[in-house]
Ligand binder design. Structure first.
Ligand code: MTE
Length: 389
């Protein structure tokens, strides 16, 4: 509640004192009134915080760029602290000249800066069998989107010369978790990057300082942090992260694997369980959409659980493999409303309902749940996570 002493025609106290001088905060922080905008974890989800995940507060963010301090973290062996002076990247295997690069070496290559989303394959994974977590931060917050600056991987591979039979790479992390993923050479030569910066500053330790692999549009697990070695080979390695983990068990007992591309997905980030509807009359729906296959073409929103759809606005810019903002108006008269959003990407792929996804994939999966999310706005304006059908 506002203090009447601060409202017109009174002159509030902050107009009447000499504020802090410059450099009072050499590295700035958000206003103390924004202290609720933080990463959060779900304690019962994992046995320890070192092999765990926290979630981006997407309900409180604006635009498509995630501030570095609230980018969700997913570690299998905690955050490791690397001194860039001691850091080395080794490239070996089927190459003409194996090499070891220091950060100084990396900084001497031409760099690119590009916006990409990173979504953990497990985002929304707890929701396969029914509505579980009552908050968009927890159902959809294993995602962030920043501007990466780094060297295209093809530039570095040129330095070592990939042999003609070299068709796969093994990316190895420098932390204690033994993170290894096989990456086809084709992706490495297409848009993969070795990034050292996010949103204009060096990577945060949590996100792989001083160097991480960026594989635009592909599942977050493959974006190896603190990357220390790339081996070139002629076949995939079938590591732990691509056999026992990050595969999808189907109803017939077989598993899908090497499911790299993130399918088109969207979610309404307001109203949502954290952001109830406060006013009758015109309200704004806002949300985020993304596709690992390129640009978002359209987002549709529904207020009646998917019976009728209307087109949402997509404010510029709409970038490939990047979060895209959408918004639309809805009129609330105090009745129950079922809010949904549905993304369509430039390949024509339409975000599926959970029923459609389960017909193909069963209910044993954890990863790659890109189904349409439903929020129930009840008569008091409170919002709940519900499953239809
Ligand atoms: N790389 C290393 N070396 N160790 C890790 O634990 N976690 C992976 C991937 N890269 C991981 C890693 C997983 S599962 C995801 S989803 C992303 O990093 C998360 O990146 P973030 O912590 O920057 O959000």
């Amino acid at each position: 509640e506002a203090d009447p002493a601060h409202l017109p025609p009174n002159v509030p106290w902050w107009t009447q004192y000499l504020g802090d001088g410059v450099a009072a905060r050499p590295y700035g922080l958000p206003s103390p009134h924004e202290a609720h905008v933080v990463r959060r974890n779900v304690e019962w989800l994992t046995a320890t915080t070192e092999s765990s995940v926290n979630f981006t507060p997407i309900q409180d963010l604006h635009g498509f760029v995630t501030p570095n301090g609230v980018c969700f973290e997913r570690h299998h062996g905690g955050t490791t602290e690397v001194n860039p002076v001691d850091y080395r990247l080794m490239i070996n295997g089927l190459v003409d000249t194996p090499k070891i690069f220091s950060m100084e070496d990396i900084f001497r290559f031409p760099v690119e800066s590009r916006f990409y989303f990173l979504e953990c394959a497990a985002n929304t994974g707890m929701e396969w069998r029914g509505a579980q977590l009552n908050g968009v931060q927890f159902t959809h917050g294993m995602i962030h989107c920043v501007q990466y600056t780094g060297v295209p991987l093809r530039v570095i591979l040129d330095q070592v010369g990939v042999k003609p039979n070299g068709t796969w790479l093994l990316a190895e992390g420098g932390d204690s978790s033994g993170m290894h993923r096989s990456v086809p050479l084709e992706k490495a030569l297409d848009d993969a990057m070795l990034a050292f910066a996010m949103n204009g500053e060096m990577l945060r330790p949590e996100n792989g300082y001083p160097l991480r692999l960026v594989l635009p549009g592909w599942e977050g697990n493959m974006w190896v942090k603190w990357i220390r070695r790339i081996e070139v080979g002629d076949q995939p390695w079938h590591t732990r992260e691509e056999t026992s983990k990050y595969t999808d068990l189907l109803a017939n007992g077989k598993a899908r694997f090497f499911t790299w591309e993130m399918d088109a997905k969207s979610v309404i980030t307001g109203p949502c369980p954290e952001k109830p509807v406060l006013h009758k009359g015109v309200n704004q729906i806002k949300g985020l959409a993304w596709s690992g296959r390129g640009r978002i073409k359209e987002v549709h929103v529904s207020t009646d659980g998917g019976r009728n759809w209307m087109q949402a606005r997509l404010p510029d810019p709409v970038l490939p493999k990047c979060l895209t903002c959408f918004n639309a108006e809805f009129e609330w008269n105090g009745e129950e409303v079922l809010l949904q959003s549905r993304a369509v990407d430039e390949t024509g792929y339409v975000q599926p309902t959970m029923q459609a996804l389960q017909e193909v994939r069963g209910v044993n999966s954890i990863y790659h749940n890109n189904s349409i999310q439903t929020w129930l706005v009840n008569k008091t304006g409170e919002v709940e996570n519900v499953r239809l059908g």
